[in-house]
Design a protein around this ligand. Structure first.
Ligand SMILES: Nc1ncnc2c1ncn2[C@@H]1O[C@H](COP(=O)(O)OP(=O)(O)OP(=O)(O)O)[C@@H](O)[C@H]1O
Length: 584
């Protein structure tokens, strides 16, 4: 009965082969070079035997024949090395092509995965699949391909010549070979499990390291350095042990097969000696045969040596294919709807949603928003404010109900069209490494410098940009480290302004921004909100007071809805919230 593991191994191999097969021409040429190069190499022991036989004894040396044979051998060695080098270059190229394709597909896949995938997997682990695992596949493929190509020719050639010299001793050599294969595959089976564990632990460790590097200030502020170091040490230790075990198993392969082969080598020598005494083999024949039997065993030994690398490559390929097999985010369902000329009327109808099935969050949520109006969303922490905007952006799929924009269910609208219609400014500003101008222009394809400057002026960011070292061409360091929180937010507002979307999602900053910048941001928000349907996760009284509707959320449900005055008059949950959070 075939086990699931066997199936998985087979499919991984087949799938890897689909990628390798894309460099078919390169591989065929490499194989041809390997055949030529190694065939030449295979002839040399025969010539060597003949050369030895030309030295029959003291004073009985056929010098002219010896010289010709030696020159021929030299030529064969030279040409053979040249072809083998070509083969190595070509198979290296094929291996690089393969991993380039695989890495490209894996990276494209990331853009198609739902946000929930990134919630479930540590980012370091995802990066590890794209880097460490792909490198391991590359090493395994290169070693595997070059080894297999040479081995096929060397094994076949040596076998033919051994048969020509002595079929009887050849039979003995052949009988020992399956023993080597058996030993090698037995060990490989064990090491593969260990390599799989090693890859997965590397991913975990990367995830942890990334988390700590991202939150280094937090670690320092809370004096967590020792705990962090201890946890890392523990994880690192686990990885070390897995690596050691994998290497221990795989390191057994080569010496074990070598031992078997050496025994065979000794037996060949003894058998050759006996046949020579019986006058059935010359000394030259024995020398040639010994070289052939060594050549015959060598690739088998080497294959078993690269077997561990191939095992590691398979274990890594499984992880990369697991990423490629992840279910993609659904783009849109039939019938398709266009969202051109979007007005910005939004409706939530009987919406149900939870991040985890066992923890219901939003249940039977209903809301109707007229185009151009401002909705302030307030509520205690964890009440579902961000979740609502996540659903509107379709970062997560609903468990039930519908969200309509201009009476069109967003499930039937192309996601890029939907997301382009909604400008988003969040507290944690999304900046890319690039220039200030590139960051402002990020949401649209062709934007002139004039438009960029106008947008920056409109949100009052122009002044501080001009004070930066290279103005609009200043490079923003990773995550905008060289900018203040307020400056980053002004840039993201300018970016949304350039996109000119009919709807907005704004998350007002709670972190302390100096009063002048805060006023600037507030003005920029107000300017942008004019005429656009806006959902504001509101933390400021001024926004809340001016909103057309305030949504008061609690545990994923609207508990109150109305404008500021109405809600205060009710003296309900908003009233309490207002007095605890907003009124001074
Ligand atoms: N990616 C996620 N996976 C699982 N649970 C989540 C996820 N994001 C949020 N939650 C949970 O959903 C609930 C609502 O979270 P949400 O972020 O919408 O609240 P919020 O009102 O925006 O809070 P805050 O004001 O603190 O930002 C919380 O209980 C939170 O723990």
């Amino acid at each position: 009965m075939r086990s699931k593991k066997d199936d998985r191994k087979k499919t991984t191999g087949k799938r890897l082969w689909v990628y390798i097969g894309k460099s078919k021409k390169l591989l065929l040429t490499a194989f041809l070079f390997s055949v030529i190069g190694n065939t030449m190499g295979v002839f040399t022991p025969l010539l060597m035997g003949k050369a030895i036989d030309k030295i029959a004894g003291a004073g009985k040396v056929d010098f002219p024949a010896l010289r010709t044979l030696l020159l021929l051998m030299l030529l064969l060695y030279l040409v053979s090395s040249l072809f083998q080098w070509f083969m190595s270059v070509l198979s290296n190229k094929a291996s690089n092509n393969t991993v380039r394709e695989l890495r490209g597909d894996a990276f494209c896949k990331l853009n198609k995965l739902p946000v929930s995938y990134f919630d479930r997997h540590p980012h370091g682990d995802i990066i590890s699949r794209l880097t460490n695992d792909i490198d391991s596949i590359s090493d395994g493929i290169f070693q595997g391909i070059t080894q297999i190509m040479s081995s096929v020719v060397i094994i076949t050639g040596s076998f033919v010549f051994m048969m020509i010299i002595s079929p009887l001793i050849t039979l003995g050599v052949i009988l020992v070979t399956p023993l080597c294969f058996f030993l090698a595959s037995f060990i490989a089976k064990h090491s593969r499990r260990m390599f799989r564990m090693q890859s997965s632990l590397t991913g975990e460790l990367n995830g942890y390291a990334e988390e700590i590097i991202e939150n280094q200030k937090l670690v320092m502020a809370f004096g967590y350095e020792e705990k962090v170091a201890a946890h890392f040490k523990e994880q690192n230790e686990k990885l070390y042990r897995a690596g050691q075990k994998a290497q221990w198993y795989s390191s057994l392969t080569n010496p074990t097969t070598r031992l078997v082969n050496n025994i065979a080598y000794v037996l060949v020598t003894v058998a050759g000696g006996i046949l020579s005494l019986a006058g059935r083999l010359s000394v030259g024949n024995i020398a040639s045969f010994l070289t052939y039997s060594n050549q015959f065993a060598k690739p088998i030994n080497e294959i078993t040596a690269v077997a561990s690398q191939i095992q590691a490559a398979f274990a890594s390929a499984e992880r990369v294919f697991a990423l490629l097999d992840e279910e993609e985010e659904l783009d849109r369902a039939e019938p398709f709807e266009e969202l051109a000329e979007c007005q910005g009327n939004v409706e939530f109808c009987n919406v149900y949603f939870s991040y985890k099935k066992e923890l219901p969050l939003i249940e039977n949520f209903n809301l109707k928003v007229k185009k151009g109006s401002t909705i302030a969303i307030v509520g205690p922490t964890g009440s579902g404010k961000t979740t609502l905007v996540n659903l509107l952006m379709r970062f997560y799929e609903l468990d039930g109900g519908h969200i309509l924009i201009d009476d069109k269910d967003i499930l039937h609208v192309r996601k890029d069209e939907l997301r382009k219609s909604i400008g988003m400014v969040l507290q944690e500003s999304w900046l890319i490494s690039g220039t200030v101008a590139e960051n402002i222009a990020y949401g649209r394809k062709e934007v002139s410098r004039e438009e960029i400057v106008n947008a920056a002026k409109a949100v009052k960011a122009h002044g501080f940009i001009m004070r930066l070292r290279d103005g609009y061409d200043t490079i923003i360091e990773e995550d905008g480290r060289n900018l203040s929180q307020g400056q980053k937010q002004l840039l993201t507002i300018a970016r949304v302004l350039i996109m000119d979307p009919p709807m907005l999602i704004l998350d007002e900053a709670t972190s302390s921004i100096d009063t002048r910048t805060e006023i600037k941001i507030q003005e920029a928000f107000l300017k942008m909100m004019k005429g656009r349907t806006s959902f504001v996760i509101a933390h400021r009284l001024s926004t809340i007071k001016e909103a057309d509707t305030i949504l008061v959320l609690k545990n994923g449900n609207i508990v109150e809805q109305g404008d500021h005055k109405e809600l205060l008059r009710k003296k309900g949950f908003y009233y309490t919230l207002y007095h605890s959070q907003f009124s001074s």
